[in-house]
Ligand binder design. Structure first.
Ligand SMILES: O=P(O)(O)O[C@@H]1C[C@H](O)[C@@H](CO)O1
Ligand SMILES: Nc1nc2[nH]cnc2c(=O)[nH]1
Length: 295
């Protein structure tokens, strides 16, 4: 067999869902995934019920700095939400199907909308550190080699074998987010295409050039497989990247602009006030306008 079997069957994720339901009676509608250093988004949640990943059956643990490893259920402006304060990455040694298990868990808990955030490097040289790139699309470079979260037997209870990824990043949500950003006076909003590389290495100059030539604006190590899985089970998705560094496209300046993971966390944390407000307003918008649009 080419691929290890997915240990997270429908039945196993149902067990996890039942465990959570036995502890907390909130029915979340919006799922939020906090990127590296962006965990303070979780502070928006009121009446918070918090579970450490290590106390949830069958849950992996977060092994990276900037990811607390907690699941929070509660409300953002009366909208019931579930928030991952810490995600799972492929480079931590978790298969992609393991990385996306919480998205399927969200689905079984009743989530209809996913908001994913990440820290990413700007490949687009017009970007600046601290920009917020709204994701309009992605290129699944890991998928080019057949490495995807949905590889293996398909369980129709989650979604169909084949499905379209057009509108993966919901156009209506994207347009609304742009308006919200404008209303909030956020000046550093960009729009672009994201990709996930396996990591944990950042890109070589040659890789930056190759990815850029493919029309990709930002590189990270997550989100693509989460959104793919969310679309498979019919969720509407919105995602944004905080640009924490500009990827070097020029050999002559590459060494001096070398990136360190501490810088990523520092930049991400420095933007938490704006991002919290932004996410709060998007959740509020979804609660008012969109919650009934997905079955
Ligand atoms: O969880 P995200 O995608 O925000 O994390 C990014 C990619 C790596 O995990 C880390 C690199 O510093 O930040
Ligand atoms: N792949 C990748 N992930 C990142 N996360 C934050 N910065 C970067 C980057 O430059 N490249």
């Amino acid at each position: 067999m080419l691929h290890a079997e997915n240990e997270y069957t429908y039945e196993r994720i149902t067990e996890i869902k039942d465990f959570i339901k036995s502890k907390c009676d909130i029915d979340p509608k919006v799922g939020i995934i906090c990127g590296t250093g962006l965990g303070s988004i979780g502070e928006l949640i009121t009446d918070a019920f918090i579970l450490d990943y290590k106390n949830i059956p069958y849950f992996p643990i977060s092994t990276v700095e900037g990811h607390k490893g907690r699941l929070i259920l509660g409300y953002i402006k009366t909208v019931p939400v579930i928030c991952m304060q810490g995600r799972f990455h492929y480079y931590e040694g978790y298969s992609l199907s393991k990385c996306v298990m919480p998205v399927r868990l969200m689905k079984l808990l009743g989530v209809t909308h996913l908001i994913a955030s990440n820290a990413a490097g700007g490949l687009n040289q017009d970007f600046k550190i601290g920009d917020i790139m709204l994701q309009k699309d992605h290129v699944n470079v890991m998928g080019f080699s057949g490495n995807g979260p949905l590889v293996g037997l398909n369980d129709l209870r989650f979604g169909p074998r084949f499905f379209s990824m057009v509108n993966a990043y919901d156009v209506d949500l994207l347009e609304s987010a742009k308006k919200i950003a404008e209303e909030l006076g956020l000046k550093n909003i960009k729009e672009g295409v994201y990709t996930c590389v396996g990591g944990p290495t950042y890109e070589t100059v040659a890789e930056v050039r190759a990815l850029r030539s493919m029309g990709i604006d930002a590189a990270g190590m997550s989100t693509v497989h989460e959104v793919t899985t969310a679309r498979h089970c019919g969720m509407r998705c919105f995602a944004f990247s905080l640009i924490t560094n500009i990827c070097p496209i020029d050999y002559s300046t590459a060494v001096e602009s070398e990136i360190h993971s501490n810088d990523v966390i520092e930049v991400a944390m420095s933007k938490d006030k704006d991002l919290k407000l932004f996410v709060e307003r998007i959740v509020q918008f979804i609660g008012k306008n969109d919650l009934n649009s997905v079955k």
